[in-house]
Structure formats: structure tokens, C-alpha cells
Design a protein around this ligand. Structure first.
Ligand code: IFM
Length: 490
């Protein structure tokens, strides 16, 4: 167990440290305290939901004309249990049952994702309106998601559709992927197809999921698909995703005026190591913050890049791009799991290296420091530095202890984890942050990327042989919370 945790921490450190290869400048920034909330009652209109992603749950990778994605060809040897997502939760076939679980828990929202390669299998269709419809678009893929949307609406669950949760069509990767500006246009075309064809019933969209994670783990570290390890790709992967997001929002709003459009970021407070070099560690942590957080927040809210990120994107930034990236959002999705820890290292690229969390803190099985104060810090920073946008917590959750065996059904640690994070949410609301909902990651134990199936984040366990779903203790607890709005102890 300790060895596995150490591996986790080491790999995550590699991810953080790799960013150092592309960094150059610094700017100071502090941390916030977190006081216990006065109330334990959430407002009646607070949105309770769960979040999931297509590649992690659907399976059926060859069904109904789906094209391949970058994750389809990611080597199994680099997945920690040697598995693949060809079955996952089998949710492509079992979606009605999954929607039933959501509705039965009294949850009003499911943040799911649409698989881009199911809609545009070769990624590069002309996508112009033809008399017969959209060229290059897979009607069977659209029909599938129409059924999925209808199944939700019939059960009183509002779908929030993420348009890109890391499953880039392989054909686009073969043309350069996010290194290429053209990928941004392809994404906007795909987004327009989805919103125009499904938007009569599908009204809520999350444009991108965690662009920072995709840029860093997929292009600099190589731990995620497309498995590239080239620091020079970081700037293009950041900017072209930001550009894609802006172009997609423009295209979607041009087609329909009644959509609720947000985007989701993996925000982490950037903490500095202590000791006599603490001031230098603080500078390193601030550099990291500008790339991990600022490089995505600033383009959409301010139409700019922080200094450190600007140096990385300059080679691909064109005049007018920052007007495109700056788009009004109906909400910002915040995915929060843990803070990052950084230190100054004279010998590391750009003097930036990952640091250990403080000794004695609790980690989940994924190696993430369980620290609700980091969520409070993120939420109050959005209040203070980004105009207090409407925020929805679009992911938060923790992994069961690693095991290849069955999930823990009596998962009181998860209840405690969620309860403590919701206290942070409530405190931030009492401090004036504009927070409208909380979507737990995730409904069903699923395929957790490089971890495979051994990392389990669900409120519901799944037998991988039979596909049978078994609600855990946390499912009943979350249901009571969603139905009453009262945050109780376990
Ligand atoms: O499973 C992932 C999800 O795809 C993106 N956010 C973090 C989750 C848990 O690691």
C-alpha cells in the first residue's frame, strides 16, 4: 500500500515538475484561512448532481460508427492494472439504468460527456450544412445521445454535457492534435453540430474538462493520452484549447440563444514548501500557479495571459485571439481534489520542482492531500480576482484505497470527505462566493485513466464481470443530503 501510494505521489510529482521545463517568471500570491460554516442548510435551488465522462463509462468503442480517440490507442502497458476501457461501465448500453440510479437518489443533474469521435469519427469532416444535414457527422452517434438526453429528461434529471473530456479523435491527433490551430476550429464545428442538433432539449453545456490536466499530463508528462512528453507542446496545447473554447462558445451562441454554457477547470491552490528557502519556494509556487490556474482563468475572464504563461503561448498567439478566448460564461465549473506543493530547485528546469505535502497530512489512495481548505481558497479567489462568477463544483470526490478486489460498500471515509468539502463550500458561500451546485465525482466506479479500474471514486460499486451496480453507504447519505439540503454528520 505504501509503495503504491509512493508511486502515485511520484508520478504526480513528475507531472508538476515537468511544467518547470516551460516556465520563466514569477508573481507573489497568498493563501486563505477557512472558518467553520455557521449554517448547515443549503439553499433550495442548490444543484445536487453527479459527474461522469464518456470514455470512463461507456465502453462500446466500436458501436454505431464511433471513430477512435487518442485514448483508444494509449498502450495498455502504461495503464497500472493493464486494463482498457473497452467495456468500462457498459453505460453505452446501460444508460437508462444509470439514469435511474441518479433519479432515485433525488439528484437533479448529471454532468456527462459526449464523445467527440462518436459525432465526428474522422475529426475532419467538412461540417458544412448540406441539404441532407451535416457532412462528416455520424448520425448514429447523435441519435444515441438524443436517446441519452431523453432518458434523463424523462426521469427529471437535467443533463450537463461536457463537449471535450480528453477523448480527442485520433484522426485529429494524427494531424497534430492540440499543437495545431486547426484543431480549435474542428472543435468549434463539432460543438456547433451538437448544440444545433440536440439543443432543443439539451440546454446545459460544459465546453472543456480540465484543459490544464490534458495539456500537462497528455503533452508534457505523457502519463495520459496522447502520451507525448515534450515541454514545447505545453504552450500550444494551452492556447489552442483556450481558443477552441472561445470559438465553440461563439458558434454555439450564434446557433441558439437559450443555452447555459460553462466550462470546467481543475483548480489547485499552489502551495510552497517551507524551510529557510521558503521565499524562493513561494516564487516557484507562484510560477506554477500562473500556468496551472491563470493560463486558463485569465484568457476567458480577462482576455489575457499571466506573464509566465504568456511566454509559453507567444509563438502561437495571434492578434485577436484573446478577444475570442474572452467569452461570457453562465457558470464556471470547478473541479477540486487537492492543492499542489512546489519548491525552488536550482537544478530543475526553470528552477521549479514538486514538493511533498506537509508531513502527517492525510492522502487518499490516489495520493492526493485531503484538504478542504484548498477548495475554500479556490472559491474565494474566484470571488476576489475574477468578478465572483457563478460557480458550480463540477467534480469533487476521493478514491477508495487501492485494491484489485471489490469496492468498499461501507465507505464512511467518502461520506466524511464529501461532508468536509461541503463545509468548505458553505463557508465560501457565507463569505460571499457565488456557488450554485455540487456534482460528486462520480456515480459508478469506472475506468480511471492511467489507474485503470483499481481506483474507485463511485457512490455505486460495479461488478466488472456482471456489470451489476451496488449502491454504497455514500449513495444513501448523498441522497438524504440532496433531498433535504441538510449537511449532517455520518
Ligand atoms: O476521473 C477523473 C476525471 O476524469 C477528471 N477529474 C479527476 C477525476 C478523478 O481523478
Amino acid at each position: 500500500m505504501l509503495v503504491l501510494m509512493t508511486m502515485q505521489i511520484t508520478r504526480r510529482h513528475a507531472a508538476l515538475g515537468a511544467v518547470g521545463a516551460a516556465l520563466s517568471a514569477c508573481a507573489p500570491q497568498g493563501a486563505s484561512p477557512f472558518a467553520a460554516p455557521r449554517s448547515r442548510t443549503f439553499p433550495d435551488d442548490f444543484l445536487w448532481g453527479v459527474a461522469s465522462a464518456a470514455f470512463q463509462t461507456e465502453g462500446a468503442l466500436a458501436a454505431d460508427g464511433r471513430g477512435q480517440s487518442v485514448w483508444d490507442v494509449f498502450p495498455r502497458e502504461r495503464i497500472h492494472d493493464g486494463s482498457d476501457a473497452s467495456v468500462a461501465c457498459d453505460s453505452y448500453r446501460r444508460f437508462s439504468e444509470d439514469v435511474g440510479l441518479i433519479a432515485d437518489a433525488g439528484l437533479k443533474v448529471h454532468r456527462l460527456s459526449i464523445a467527440w469521435p462518436r459525432i465526428v469519427p474522422d475529426g475532419v469532416g467538412a461540417l458544412r450544412m448540406m441539404p441532407a444535414g451535416w457532412a462528416g457527422v455520424n448520425q448514429a452517434g447523435l441519435d444515441h445521445y438524443a436517446r441519452v438526453v431523453d432518458a434523463h429528461l424523462e426521469r427529471g434529471v437535467t443533463p450537463y454535457a461536457t463537449l471535450f473530456h480528453w477523448d480527442l479523435p485520433l484522426a485529429l491527433q494524427e494531424r497534430g492534435g492540440w499543437r495545431e490551430r486547426d484543431t480549435a476550429q474542428r472543435f468549434a464545428d463539432y460543438a456547433a453540430v451538437v448544440s444545433e442538433t440536440l439543443g432543443d432539449r439539451l440546454k446545459h453545456f460544459v465546453v472543456l474538462n480540465e484543459a490544464a490536466v490534458h495539456a500537462v499530463l497528455g503533452h508534457v508528462v505523457g502519463e495520459h493520452a496522447p502520451g507525448q512528453a515534450d515541454a514545447a507542446l505545453l504552450g500550444p496545447a494551452i492556447h489552442h484549447q483556450n481558443l477552441a473554447q472561445g470559438m465553440a462558445i461563439q458558434a454555439m451562441r450564434a446557433g441558439r440563444g437559450d443555452l447555459t454554457i460553462g466550462t470546467t477547470m481543475a483548480l489547485m491552490p499552489s502551495r510552497a514548501a517551507g524551510g529557510w528557502l521558503a521565499p524562493l519556494h513561494r516564487l516557484a509556487a507562484d510560477d506554477f500557479d500562473e500556468v496551472w490556474n491563470g493560463a486558463f482563468l485569465d484568457p476567458v475572464f480577462k482576455g489575457s495571459y499571466p506573464k509566465t504563461a504568456l511566454g509559453m503561448v507567444e509563438s502561437v498567439l495571434r492578434e485577436g485571439d484573446l478577444t475570442v478566448t474572452r467569452q461570457p460564461l453562465d457558470f464556471l465549473g470547478v473541479n477540486y481534489y487537492a492543492p499542489s506543493y512546489m519548491r525552488f530547485d536550482r537544478d530543475a528546469p526553470s528552477h521549479l520542482a514538486p514538493a511533498d505535502p506537509p508531513p502527517g497530512v492525510t492522502l487518499d489512495a490516489f495520493g492526493r492531500h485531503i484538504d478542504p481548505s484548498g477548495l475554500f481558497e479556490v472559491l474565494t479567489r474566484l470571488r476576489d480576482a475574477y468578478g465572483n462568477p457563478r460557480v458550480i463544483i463540477t467534480e469533487n470526490g476521493c478514491s477508495d484505497p487501492f485494491s484489485d478486489g471489490p469496492a468498499m460498500i461501507d465507505d464512511r471515509f467518502r461520506i466524511e470527505y464529501v461532508r468536509r468539502h461541503l463545509e468548505a463550500v458553505m463557508s465560501a458561500m457565507e463569505a460571499g462566493a457565488n456557488i450554485g451546485g455540487y456534482f460528486h465525482w462520480t456515480l459508478i466506479d469506472n475506468w480511471e485513466w492511467a489507474e485503470g479500474y483499481r481506483s474507485k471514486f463511485g457512490l455505486v460499486a460495479m461488478d466488472r464481470t456482471t456489470g451489476v451496480r451496488t449502491p454504497k453507504a455514500s449513495y444513501a447519505w448523498f441522497k438524504a443530503l440532496a433531498e433535504s439540503g441538510e449537511l449532517t454528520t455520518a
